[in-house]
Unconditional design. Structure first.
Length: 537
């Protein structure tokens, strides 16, 4: 490749000859092409790195921006002249004063000619974070003549840093909330990172410095230091360690309980050696709560023991009371009953009808009083007697109870319907006999005026439990009084119409409850009643 520079010579106005030289410019052309290629590669690299450069001649006030800088700033190269003023127009208002001050400082002294700025720009893509590095050249007289440098878009990096900072702050707040400090360390490099909460858990200020082993151990209870030292040595040796409970030294304030956990991460695959991550949590409140609970349990056990003794004494007193009732109170009643009988037999001829009526009422009262005392004794015994569960054949038990009422059944013409297959339940034999005796006796009593009296006894399975019922077609009761009828001394009918003491159904409820069952009833006044028993199978 050649170049031919030269000139034409003229005579009488006519071109007569050409005088020139022939130059070989091959190397120069190739060099220019190489420069162009390198410039293209540089532009591509700057675009990939989001890095632009600038150069300002302060004497001519001429500025050159790279294509990447135009793109970063959001300017069209065909429409905007590169200049310091145009750059300042896109600097974020909150950062403008700081950027201008940095420029002035760099151009004011050769000793401070280099600068680095982290600031924001406001372009078409919104707010971007940039990092600018620059240098000012000075002439021999100390005047600034040129400023040049680079500008890099670091938005993604800054946003990642801010997100990491937010995450770190959230983690610190979470650690403070649960009083859980954390740490991480490497055996080979001896690098150790400790969270601020871990400092606080041992009573150290996180804003000062990383404590030495001696400073850390000084905060540990003297009785716990040896095991802490042993664990620290095992960690430095790269060995496994387990959970550790320790206390702070009371010399530095109230004792705090700490739980330390550690996880060993093997490092054989990357050659870094084992690493450890761990936590140190303040569990003082949990320990104190446990101690309070244990103290409460001890006090409760003492109260239970004391209460048991009181109940035992009360039971003994109740036994003595029951003996008094059954013997001392019944004895006068037997005397009244006996003398009233002698009065009728020996002096009946001397009594008029009114006198005989008085004696009859006395004997009725004595009988009712005796029945009431007997029922009260039965209720008292049921409340305090020990229950002994054993297999009870229920069909056989019902048949035995019915035999005891055979005379009443025949006298009243009762029709019995027994809808019950053979089965057994684990119950107290005497307790279930009391229950069935009262329910069947009530059914016979309250259905006596029906024509004919009908009593049905049956059972069914229901969700793993056995339900028994005694149904009659007697007078029934008002459902509004359902709960009242199972209370002691509560009666829904007059004693003149249906004799009784008001203790029977209370005795049924107490016995069923003590055997792990329950009793309830359904009825409509004048349309009979059904009493249900439910026991686990």
């Amino acid at each position: 490749m050649f170049a031919c520079p030269g000139e034409l010579e003229y005579e009488d106005g006519r071109a007569m000859r050409f005088v020139g030289t022939v130059l070989d410019v091959t190397q120069l052309t190739l060099a220019q092409q190489a420069v162009q290629e390198k410039e293209a590669l540089l532009a591509e690299a700057q675009e990939m790195a989001h890095l632009g450069n600038f150069n300002t001649d302060l004497r001519s006030n001429k500025t050159v921006w790279s294509s990447e800088l135009f793109r970063m700033f959001g300017y069209d190269p065909a429409q905007v002249e590169p200049s310091v003023d145009n750059f300042m127009r896109i600097v974020h208002p909150d950062d403008l004063a700081r950027v201008q001050a940095s420029y002035q400082r760099a151009m004011g002294s050769p000793t401070q000619s280099e600068y680095r700025l982290d600031h924001r720009i406001v372009g078409p893509a919104g707010v971007r974070h940039v990092e600018q590095r620059g240098r000012v050249n000075f002439d021999a007289t100390g005047n600034p003549v040129r400023i040049f440098g680079t500008t890099m878009d670091v938005t993604e990096q800054r946003e990642a840093e801010y997100a990491m900072q937010d995450y770190k702050e959230m983690l610190e707040q979470a650690e403070a909330l649960v009083q859980l400090g954390s740490w991480a360390g490497e055996v080979n490099t001896q690098q150790l990172k400790i969270s601020a909460q871990l400092f606080r858990n041992v009573g150290l200020d996180p804003s000062t410095h990383t404590p030495s082993d001696a400073e850390y151990l000084a905060r540990i209870h003297p009785d716990d230091r040896d095991k802490v030292v042993d664990d620290m040595q095992r960690i430095r040796a790269g060995k496994e360690v387990g959970e550790l409970l320790l206390r702070t030294d009371p010399a530095w304030g109230p004792i705090r309980w700490l739980r330390r956990t550690v996880r060993r991460i093997p490092g054989e695959t990357d050659g870094r050696g084992p690493r450890y991550i761990g936590t140190l949590q303040d569990i003082t409140e949990s320990v104190q709560a446990k101690e309070r609970l244990e103290q409460m349990n001890r006090e409760l056990e003492q109260r239970v023991t004391s209460r048991t003794e009181e109940l035992s004494q009360a039971n003994q007193e109740l036994e003595a009371f029951s003996y008094t009732v059954s013997h001392d109170l019944k004895a006068p009643l037997r005397g009244i009953d006996g003398y009233s009988q002698l009065l009728v037999e020996e002096y009946g001829d001397h009594l008029d009808d009114e006198g005989k009526n008085f004696v009859h009422r006395i004997r009725q009262g004595v009988q009712q009083m005796g029945d009431l005392i007997s029922d009260l004794l039965d209720y008292s015994r049921m409340e305090r007697r020990g229950m002994t569960p054993e297999p009870v054949e229920m069909l056989q038990m019902v048949q035995q109870i019915l035999q005891g009422y055979e005379a009443d059944v025949q006298r009243q013409g009762v029709q019995l319907r027994l809808d019950m297959a053979p089965f057994s339940l684990s119950l107290d034999r005497e307790g279930i006999a009391v229950v069935l005796r009262n329910l069947i006796g009530n059914a016979i009593k309250f259905s006596r005026d029906s024509r004919p009296p009908v009593i049905e006894i049956g059972s069914r399975h229901e969700g793993g439990r056995r339900v028994l019922w005694v149904r009659d077609n007697g007078v029934g009761f008002d459902p509004a009084y359902h709960e009242r009828m199972f209370k002691i001394f509560q009666r829904l009918h007059r004693s003149e119409d249906f004799p009784g003491t008001g203790v029977g159904l209370a005795l049924v409820a107490k016995a069923a409850q003590r055997m792990g069952g329950r009793v309830w009833a359904e009825s409509t006044l004048g349309a009979g009643a059904t009493f249900y028993l439910e026991f686990p199978e």
